[in-house]
Design a protein around this ligand. Structure first.
Ligand SMILES: [Zn+2]
Length: 224
């Protein structure tokens, strides 16, 4: 049986991705990790072909992208033995239902297999709008997560599809730390190259770390 391979970025037949798209992919920018995160690793710059590749995974159910991305992302992790568990920053329940899958979970499971580390759904995302539908002020605090299982002293690798403002990664890291995990490594398929308004605001928050941490803590305590 002949399988037709199509480029997940431009749809051309041949290889996945095709050579032209491969040349258009840029490596992730070198930026400081989001607040609360020890190390932030990212594969691609979230622009052009890299952005299209992540969008295919996220919105167009192009799950064939997962294996290749997972392998390349896993290769960024230098010392897999230092990672105790692989988890992911879950999308909203509504998004998951719409799409039928959580792209961050698919990537995390693929990365964990490559690294030969266990993967566990450690984080529960509290109900609320997706980051893309929120105001700048709300986005700066990130979504609210709750830990399903405490892992005191563990090093946790948190996988996400894309790091933009860094607020989601920070919110996940903060909750994992609060419940005892000691080292948080974030691994993303892509990271935004230049700070947009949300990332610029977030970067200034990082410079005043205690301010954003206390504000987000008070938001987390708000009754639901
Ligand atoms: Zn292509």
């Amino acid at each position: 049986m002949l399988l037709t391979v199509t480029c997940p970025i431009c749809g051309a037949r041949g290889s996945a991705p095709c050579r032209e798209c491969l040349e258009r992919l840029r490596p992730a920018p070198t930026l400081p990790p989001p607040l609360g995160v020890d190390t932030c690793l990212a594969l691609l710059s979230y622009e052009g072909a890299g952005r299209e590749l992540v969008a295919r995974l996220k919105y167009r159910n192009h799950r064939g992208v997962v294996g290749g991305l997972g392998a390349a992302m896993a290769a960024l992790v230098g010392d897999a033995g230092a990672i105790d568990v692989v988890t992911w920053a879950p999308t909203t329940r509504e998004r998951r239902r719409e799409r039928g899958f959580d792209q961050a979970e698919l990537l995390a499971r693929s990365v964990a297999r490559r690294l030969r580390r266990p993967s566990l759904g450690l984080l529960h995302r509290a109900p609320g709008p997706a980051q893309t539908g929120r105001s700048l002020a709300e986005r700066r605090c990130g979504p609210r997560f709750q830990v399903r299982r405490r892992l005191p002293g563990w090093t946790v690798l948190v996988v996400d599809d894309v790091v933009t403002s860094g607020a989601t990664a920070s919110a996940a890291a903060w909750e994992l730390r609060r419940t005892g995990s000691t080292r948080i490594v974030v691994l993303a398929a892509a990271r935004t190259p230049r700070p947009g308004p949300a990332a610029a605001a977030y970067t200034s928050d990082v410079a005043h770390g205690s301010v954003v941490a206390s504000r987000c803590q008070s938001q987390a305590k708000r009754p639901t």
